[in-house]
Design a protein around this ligand. Structure first.
Ligand code: SAM
Length: 261
């Protein structure tokens, strides 16, 4: 493809990604906290409250949400909490989907600690974002979320086209992903030191797995800039408002949103 993955074939990449997440599934949540110094929780909270799941007019209308690459459930659980507690909407169904059964198994296990009313509105689906299964029908979703997942996909344009296919007209594509700190050279220098120096080391010491975390750092480096990713979203048929993205923590992460016309 033309997005910087020339040296690896798609199936090689898919296998490598599967291996990474199988080996990190158990330590994944702890590692997120360590690597981001806890900041990923703030980004996720902001992502979910800005999407405001369950806010319908009239109040309490059903919504269907697909959380793609949902992993251990961080985004889906927050959306269910927001819909029920903040918007008092008990009718928001959320499908947590992921290509990796080990990540889903950790998510399913974690969901057992949630209130029964939350559990009842969550389901789990093993699925490749690039080829969603037919049970996710065309024009069927109100919201598609993907958080720290899309940079791992072998074929990002294919996943964006799938997102566009399954959303209803007016439905929202929302992505939280690592991005570029280019606008702040000094901060960027510190960030690069941290990510290339500390993260593989923490991976080695805490998870006993330097290679997987080295891969994660490199995948962040290869992912397109805010503007280029926005253009890919537009190419898939979405409309964006303004510049189409919001930087978090100077661009360490960014939220991109598109609406299906
Ligand atoms: N969304 C969660 C979060 O924010 O904490 C999990 C993110 S985790 C870093 C990335 C996830 O993407 C992994 O669970 C991995 O299995 C999944 N993934 C990678 N390639 C995928 C694909 N092609 N389709 C669906 N999920 C994929």
């Amino acid at each position: 493809t033309h997005f910087g993955y020339e040296t690896v074939t798609e199936s090689e990449k898919q296998q490598r990604v599967a291996g990474v997440f199988t080996s990190v599934a158990e330590s994944y949540d702890k590692m997120n906290d360590l690597m981001s110094l806890g900041v990923h929780r703030l980004w996720k909270d902001h992502f979910v409250s800005s999407l405001n799941p369950g806010a319908t007019t009239p109040i309490g209308q059903p919504q269907t949400i697909l959380d793609v690459a949902g992993g251990t459930g961080d985004i889906a659980f927050r959306m269910q909490q927001h819909a029920q507690s903040y918007n008092s909407n008990p009718n928001v169904k959320i499908i947590v989907s992921d290509i990796n059964p080990d990540m889903l198994a950790v998510g399913r296990q974690r969901s057992l600690a949630l209130p029964a009313t939350h559990q009842a509105n969550l389901s789990f689906l093993e699925a490749n974002a690039e080829v969603l299964p037919p049970k996710i029908e065309d024009n069927s979703l109100d919201l598609y979320t993907v958080s720290f997942g899309i940079r791992n996909f072998s074929n990002i344009p294919a996943a964006l086209r799938e997102a566009h296919r399954v959303l209803k007209p007016g439905g929202v594509f929302a992505c939280l992903e690592f991005s570029k700190v280019d606008k702040y050279p000094l901060f960027n220098a510190f960030y690069k030191q941290w990510s290339f120096g500390a993260i593989p080391l923490i991976g080695q010491l805490v998870a006993g797995d330097r290679d997987s975390y080295q891969y994660l750092v490199e995948s962040i480096e290869r992912f397109p800039s805010q503007e280029n990713f926005r253009d890919m979203i537009v190419d898939a048929g979405f409309e964006v408002a303004g510049k189409g993205y919001e930087d978090l923590t100077g661009g360490i992460a960014a939220i991109h949103r598109g609406i299906k016309p």
